[in-house]
Design a protein around this ligand. Structure first.
Ligand code: PRP
Ligand code: MN
Ligand code: MG
Length: 183
């Protein structure tokens, strides 16, 4: 039962969809005639990407990467392994990385370095959520949906042990349930 796992709804479905539309408009303005490529990091980023791509009114393409980070499943260790690479060549392209959340920033820090070596025209970050209080590395975020406090959240792509990604809102996971996950 959902009420057993949800402490509170932090960002409603309406709030998410409103912000996605605003970001889509902004990106459409900023990247008009630039033919950007939107890169989503599976799995969390894909829900945001799919809504965002339909809110963007200019021509653009999409691609996917899979990375895996070792260690505790609730935190990235900073050691990131590339599991699936892009299909497209990004040389001279305007790249926009689409993520669900930036926590420590280590995943994106690794990805930025690896993608920058391929000489794109530009590379920027678009994330729905950010937890600035958790940041371990400095990142320039061009497009941000919402800043959130340091709470364990699920929904709209964010998982707890791979589940609950399909929830249409962002909610705080009940801590008594999440404690079990550490054992
Ligand atoms: C989560 C989230 C971000 C990353 C953020 O992905 O989707 O990609 O962690 O953490 P960081 O800023 O501390 O690096 P996760 O590794 O859980 O994989 P998933 O997207 O498949 O859930
Ligand atoms: Mn992710
Ligand atoms: Mg995850």
């Amino acid at each position: 039962m959902l009420e057993n796992i949800i402490e509170e709804i932090l960002i409603s479905e309406e709030m998410i969809q409103k912000r996605v539309k605003e970001l889509g408009k902004q990106i459409s303005r900023d990247y008009a005639d630039k033919d950007p490529i939107l890169i989503s990091i599976l799995k969390g980023g894909v829900y945001f990407l799919i809504d965002l791509t339909r809110a963007i009114t200019i021509p653009h393409t999409i691609d996917f990467m899979v990375v895996s980070s070792y260690g505790d499943s609730r935190e990235t260790s900073g050691i990131v392994r590339l599991v699936k690479d892009l299909k497209e060549d990004i040389r001279h392209r305007y790249v926009l990385i689409i993520e669900d959340i930036i926590d420590s920033g280590l995943t994106l820090d690794y990805l930025l370095k690896s993608l920058q070596a391929r000489e794109p025209q530009s590379i920027e970050i678009c994330t729905l959520l950010s937890k600035p209080s958790r940041r371990k590395v400095d990142l320039h975020v061009k497009y941000l949906g919402y800043e959130i406090p340091d709470k364990f959240v699920v929904g709209y792509g964010l998982d707890y042990q791979q589940y609950y990604r399909n929830l249409p809102f962002i909610c705080v996971f009940k801590s008594d349930v999440s404690v079990i996950s550490k054992q």
